[in-house]
Design a protein around this ligand. Structure first.
Ligand code: G3P
Ligand code: MG
Length: 238
């Protein structure tokens, strides 16, 4: 089965990384939700891709890490998307776990670059344990030190190694990292058949991001990709 990951939810239909975006993805039949997590000033896990809040409102200067959860919750992140989503707010990881069925896989990406959130790994694991949601989860990050920290704290969790740049033999890098990596998550633009085959030869699943054209989706599946991240998962689920 090819896994369809809804990238930040169904982000073409609703503001990314918000409840409506995740609910739409689930209703379209996505197998998995991808989301980004960061820490607020009061150390709460918030689901958000950008470090800067100006993304939602140009008048708000500063970073997620500079604001308390209560303050972040007052920001309207829907109005800049469309009138219909006016009043939508960011959510905590806790809030997402509350509504997410257990059979929907969660790919939680730790957004640790350029801001580095010391201790985010332990907070994430605490949250998952408290919610009894240690299954059907992949923790991923471009920050491979964060992955190492997760492995130390909760070796039972699946780890996805993210790559943005086209580096030499990332599968070998993963093997020699000393980490127990389950899946390689490459930028799809440089993924070809050899890439997929080499990863699979070393026992990794391959989940390229972010693919929005049907032709490219089919090509990646043909190469043997085990799943694909998409901004509009409904197309591929269909
Ligand atoms: O996890 C896949 C993808 O989300 C990585 O890039 O910048 O969209 O978080 P980004
Ligand atoms: Mg992401």
């Amino acid at each position: 089965m090819v896994l369809n990951f809804a990238h930040r939810g169904s982000l073409t239909e609703a503001p990314e990384n918000t409840l409506p975006a995740f609910q739409k993805a689930i209703s379209h039949g996505a197998h998995a939700l991808e989301l980004d997590v960061q820490l607020t000033k009061d150390d709460q896990l918030i689901v958000c891709h950008d470090h800067k809040l100006s993304r939602f409102n140009k008048l708000i200067k500063g970073l997620i890490k500079d604001f308390m959860l209560e303050e972040i919750k007052q920001i309207d992140v829907g109005a800049s998307f469309s009138e219909a989503y006016k009043g939508t707010t960011l959510i905590t990881l806790d809030e997402l776990l509350e509504i997410c069925p257990e059979d929907i896989m969660l790919n939680i990406e730790i957004k640790n670059i350029p801001v580095i959130y010391e201790g985010i790994e332990a907070k994430l694991i605490d949250c998952l344990k408290r919610r009894n949601r240690m299954e059907n989860i992949i923790i991923s990050s471009f920050d491979h030190i964060a992955l190492a920290n997760i492995q130390k704290l909760a070796p039972e969790l699946d780890l996805g190694m993210l790559f943005y740049y086209r580096i030499l033999r990332p599968w070998e890098y993963a093997k020699h990292s000393g980490l127990t990596i389950t899946s390689i998550h490459p930028n799809n633009v440089y993924v070809d058949q050899t890439f997929v085959q080499e990863c699979k030869r070393l026992g990794y699943k391959v989940y390229p991001y972010t693919v929005n054209k049907e032709e490219r989706y089919k090509e990646l599946i043909h190469y043997g990709a085990d799943g694909v991240f998409s901004n509009n998962p409904e197309i591929f689920v269909r």
